[in-house]
Design a binder for this molecule. Sequence first.
Ligand SMILES: Nc1ncnc2c1ncn2[C@@H]1O[C@H](COP(=O)(O)OP(=O)(O)OP(=O)(O)O)[C@@H](O)[C@H]1O
Ligand SMILES: [Mg+2]
Length: 354
Amino acid sequence: MDTASGLGSRKAETLVDPECDCHGAVLGPLVLDSMHVGPKSNRRAIWLTWPDVWVTVGDHEDGCVPILQGLTGFAQPGEVLAIMGPSGCGKSTLLDALAGRLDSKRRLSGQILVNGRKEPLAYGTSAYVTQDDVLTSTLTVKEAVYFSAQLQLPDTMTPSEKKQRAEATIKEMGLHDAAGTRIGGWGNKGLSNGQRRRVSICMEILTRPKLLFLDEPTSGLDSAASYYVMRRIVGLAKQHDMTVLASVHQPSSEVFGLFHKLCLLSQGRTVYFGPSSNAPEFFSLNGFRCPSLQNPSDHYLRTINTDFDEDIDPGLGGKPRTQEVIKVLAESYKSSSCYRHIQQQIEDIHEMVS
Ligand SMILES: Nc1ncnc2c1ncn2[C@@H]1O[C@H](COP(=O)(O)OP(=O)(O)OP(=O)(O)O)[C@@H](O)[C@H]1O
Ligand SMILES: [Mg+2]
């Protein structure tokens, strides 16, 4: 059985190796492709970078508690970045910080750059689907999406084009059968939770925003619905050069396979950031190989979830405490060539867009 100490020694010989496969994937043709040399070069695509972001709560008197600890990453046009981790690890906080939506209790330090510059996003450039659905309970799905289309879409579109966009988006989210159903709310049953989730997504993707934040877009959806919704979002990202960041809980292997990059957090620290296809290698090199036939996301989350540590029987093969595992993985990531290449890539992005 793997141990935390065994893990540490393997890290040194493997992850610092300059020939690590991560290089090709991180700096490979995908990025050059997305630099929009050619017909797409004049579009307002968004490169979002965050070289070292901290978020704390509390004040100097009571003491500051860090929620996010020095996170580094980027999101690029045409791709979906999945933010994963156990409940309470900081997924929503990271999305809030990147979207400029932190409340006054949470303090941000570090830079978040849009196309290499520290500037607010232009109106209508970004959209955010929050973790909790905020919808008007008295409207039907069709009314809510139609009104939203009429209000949000530009005047250059005719009312019938806006209606068509609304209809198409309702279909894309698999809501055509529920189009006439009232959204409903407390004491006024209407849509199911999964349907409400999809209405929220509908309202925000209507405008095809260049930057899209999705907090748990698939919660309440079964695996088939999650797959179709995420596949559509990935398709939109590619088609419209959208930069998408989505926090996700327990994606199925099919959904996980749709993500381009993975940001795996635990207790506010990065355990892994990079191409999602390289995550199995990272875990494997550190002594936590994903068993065959197991969903990789289940494996990652089980490896780094501390919430149920007391349920682990200490007599079962000396399994390392999750806290140690997280420490080793987070330190291994910080000293890996993957991390250095992410930093290098952020510098390249800044140079490219300036
Ligand atoms: N205003 C606040 N004051 C104190 N602690 C906070 C505050 N906001 C968030 N936190 C803490 O920060 C941590 C991260 O919260 P966050 O909501 O980002 O987690 P999450 O990963 O999105 O969780 P979930 O998967 O359950 O949505 C949690 O431990 C939470 O209790
Ligand atoms: Mg959350």
